[in-house]
Design a protein around this ligand. Structure first.
Ligand code: BEZ
Length: 260
């Protein structure tokens, strides 16, 4: 069967080395989600949006048989270099059927903005009846200060920032309803603030995560905009030289209902 693969979120590419430098915290802070999953030896698990495989590896170490899926060829190559079974796949058109005991996803679903319901339909298809979907993503209000400053900087230049914005950060109510409509029973779902210390300044974060916005600008103007956004955010997000991003997480456990 041909697998349809679309590029990662428009305008966003991933450099695994830069990611390891600037974004290792994504996997480190996502580790508690493994406790929600409670992986058991022998279980077959799909890691949706596996990135460079840092958490996928932990699922393998727990004794699971794991497939990682990601829309970035660079991440798939990095995950394979760890010895993982990583596949290039569009999260909005997953090619699996009734194969997995669990689907796990950390910090990936918010990049699948084009069709979040197609993501949930694909996850439901991939799971065996009763299988669980355990995930964490950005929720409503995530990086609101950063997002607002970016939108304003682009708007000042006459650029439609909404069209450049690649992120889907739903409310708890919105996502609960989508899960239920896709045939899941929601067992636990929480939206919580998680201020996130960054390894560098917010300009480094923007270069890693906000390429879709930056690419709307002429190359010669990008450094100026990064500076401008950073200075706008400094009073709010930097204390004593430590930058902290205003993350909000949506975390849930949902089970695919057995057919009735
Ligand atoms: C997040 O993991 O919350 C996130 C990732 C990229 C951009 C914004 C937020």
């Amino acid at each position: 069967m041909a697998v349809r693969v679309s590029a990662p979120a428009a305008g966003q590419t991933w450099d695994p080395e830069a990611y390891a430098r600037n974004a290792r915290f994504v996997a480190e802070l996502g580790a508690p989600l493994l406790d929600w999953l409670e992986p058991r030896p022998g279980e077959r698990v799909l890691d949706l949006g596996c990135g460079d495989g840092a958490l996928t590896e932990k699922l393998v170490a727990a004794g699971c048989s794991v497939v990682g899926a990601d829309a970035s060829p660079e991440f798939v190559a990095a995950a394979r270099a760890r010895g993982l079974d990583a596949r290039l796949a569009d999260g909005q058109a997953l090619p699996f059927a009734a194969e997995f005991d669990a689907v796990f996803s950390n910090a990936a679903l918010h990049w699948m903005k084009r069709d979040p319901d197609a993501v949930l339909a694909g996850v439901a298809r991939a799971l065996k009846p009763g299988g669980r979907f355990v995930a964490e993503m950005g929720g409503a209000g995530n990086v609101a200060a950063i997002r607002g400053a970016l939108h304003e900087a682009l708007a000042r230049r006459g650029i439609d920032a909404a069209a450049a914005d690649p992120w889907f950060f739903p409310t708890a109510e919105d996502y609960r309803a989508r899960l239920q409509a896709a045939g899941f029973e929601v067992r636990r779902l929480e939206l919580f603030e998680r201020p996130t210390p960054l390894p560098g300044d917010v300009a480094a974060w923007l270069r890693t995560f906000a390429q879709s916005f930056l690419e709307r600008l002429p190359e010669a103007e990008r450094a100026t905009v990064l500076d401008e956004v950073q200075e706008t955010l400094r009073p709010r997000l930097s204390k004593g030289g430590q930058w902290t991003a205003d993350y909000v997480r949506l975390r849930f456990i949902a089970n695919k209902k057995a057919a009735t």
